[in-house]
Design a protein around this ligand. Sequence first.
Ligand code: G6P
Length: 615
Amino acid sequence: MCGIVAYLGEKEAQPLLLEGLRRLEYRGYDSSGMAVLNGGGLHVLKKVGRIQALAAAAEITPLHGSLGISHTRWATHGEPSDRNAHPHVDATGKLALVHNGVIENYASLKKRLITEGHTFTSDTDTEVLAHLIGDHFQKLPANTPSRLERAVMAALREVQGTYGIAVIHQDEPGVLVGARRGSPLVLGIGVGEHFLASDVSAVVAYTQKAVYLNDYDIVTIDRNGFRVSSLTKQSAGFEISAIDFHQADADKGEFPHYMLKEIFEQPQAIQNAIRGRLSHEDSTAVLGGLNMDAKELRGIDRILVTACGTALHAGIVGEHLIESIAQIPVETDFASEFRYRNCPIDRRTLVFVVSQSGETADTLGALREARRKGFRVLGICNNVGSTIARESDGGVYMHAGPEIGVAATKSFTSQVTIFALLALLFGRMRYLSASQGREIIENIEKLPTLIGQVLSQSERIKAIANKYAKSSSMLYFGRLYQYGVALEGALKMKEITYIHAEGYPAAELKHGIIALIDKNTPSVFICPQDSVHDKNMSTIQEIKARKGPIIALATEGDTSVEAIADDVIWLPKAVDYIMPVISSIPLQLLSYYTAVALNRDVDKPRNLAKSVTVE
Ligand code: G6P
C-alpha cells in the first residue's frame, strides 16, 4: 500500500527511482511522483495514473541529480490526481516528502498550521507532515548539525498514526532522512550508494544487503554512510541482513503476467515449503522456527488463526486440517475483527497470524493485541524480515519466493501446505501413530507432482473461462476441506475479473442462495471423491434442476460428475487433506483466463493493493 523508493549515491537518481517504482507498483498504482535534488534546487514531477505516465513525463522533462525520493500511491486521503500525488513539499518549497501510512491527527495539525499562515494545495494528510517538518526545519538555526534529522524527529513527536517516510531538503543537499512507524521501510546498502524502499524488491537489483528498520527508527544517510537513531530510545541498534532472493526471482520471465508465472511456480513453491521439514525417521514435521519445545507444543489445547483475504482462506482450510488430523479445536477470525473484539484466550491457546507480505496492518494489529495480552503468537509469512515475522514469537517461513501479482496464488497453496505440516506435527504429539504419520508425509510429498498434473490442463481451463467470461455473477461451492477453497476461488474471480462471485459451503445452497440460480449464473462446484461426494452430487442435482450451468472440479474418472456437469476440470486422485492445495489451482487459472478474456489488468486490478499497510 503505497510504495516508496529513495536514492542517494553517485548515479543519476531518476532511472533508479523509476525502476524501483515499477518493482513496487503492486503496492499501489493510482498516481506516482518523484523529487530530485541537484545544484539547481528541488525538482518535483507527479502524475496521476500508472508509473508509465510518470516515466513518459520524465522523458520530456528529465530530473537530473543523484539524490531523490519517489512514490507510487494507493489513495487514502484525497482522490487520485496530480495534486494529491506524492512527493509533497513544505511551505518554502525546499523540502519534499513521500509517505506511506495515515497521519491520524492531520486535521488538528492542519488547522494549527493554517492559523500560522500555511496554505495547502492537496487533500492529503501527507502534505501536513511535509509542512510540519518544514516548519521545524525553519525554526532551527541554519548551522544546526543534522538539521533535517532533528526537524523530522521533532515533527514526528507531534504525529499520531502510521508512517514510512523519506525526506529531502534543498538546504541539506547531501542528506536523505527516512523514518518508520507501522509502515515498512528498508535501507538498501550498496557500494557508494544507499536506497530506502518499502520493500527489498525495489533494491535487489543493486544490493543484497539491507537493514529492516524498526518502528520509531530514523535513518539518516549522507555521502559518508548512514546512521540509525530512535525516536523513543537513546540509541537504536540495527542489523545488516542478506536479502534472500535475486532479481530474476522477481521478473516475469517468459510469462505474460506475474500471476500466471506465480501459478506455474507452485510445484517449486510447495517443494520449498516442505524442504527439510519432514522427518521420515520420526514420521513427523520438523518446524524449528516455532521456537517451542515438545512440552510446550503438547500443552496447547486451542488454536486461533487470524489473517486477511487469501491468507484467512488458507487459515479456514488449516482449521479443517488441524482439527481433523490433530483433534485440536481451531477458530479462524478476520484480523480486523479480532484486533478489536475482546476475544477470550486462555493460557493454553496458541495464536497464528498468516500473511504473505508480513506487513498487513490489520494482521499486524491482531498480532500486537494478542502479544499485548501476553499470548504466544506465531507467524506464517513469506517475506523474510517483514514486520510480522520480526514481531512474532516464532513461526514458519513459506519460502515461496516473491509474489508480485496482486492476486495471491502460490502464497495460498504454500500456507495450506504449512498448515498440513502443523497438523502432522500436532497430530503426532497426540493421536497419530508412526505409520499414520508416515502416510501423511508420503501424501504431502506427492504434492509437487500432482500440482504439475493439474497445471497441464491449463488449455482446457482457458476454454472453459472463455465460455463463461460474459457471466455477471458466479457461485462457488465446496464442503469441508473444499469450503475454504470455494471462498478463495470466488475471491480470485472477484479480484481480477470484477465479476461478482461468492463462495459457500455447498449445503447452504438451499438456505437462500438457490434463489440466485438461473441459466446465466454458473456454479463452480468443487466435488472431489471424498467423504461428502454423495451429498455434493445431490446439491449439483438441485442446481441442474433449476437450469444452473455447472463447472465441476472432479476426481479423474468420476463419471457420475461428468454425466451431469456442463464442464469438468479433472483433479488427480489424492487424499482429502492434501486436495485443497491441488483443487485451488484450477480456480486460479479459471480467474486468470477469464480476466484475460475480459481484457482486465491482471496483475494490477482496480482499487486493490497487494499489501494493505493501512487500517
Ligand atoms: C490484500 C490483498 C489480498 C491479500 C490480503 C492479505 O487485501 O489484496 O490479496 O490476501 O491483503 O495479505 P497478506 O500479505 O497479509 O497475506
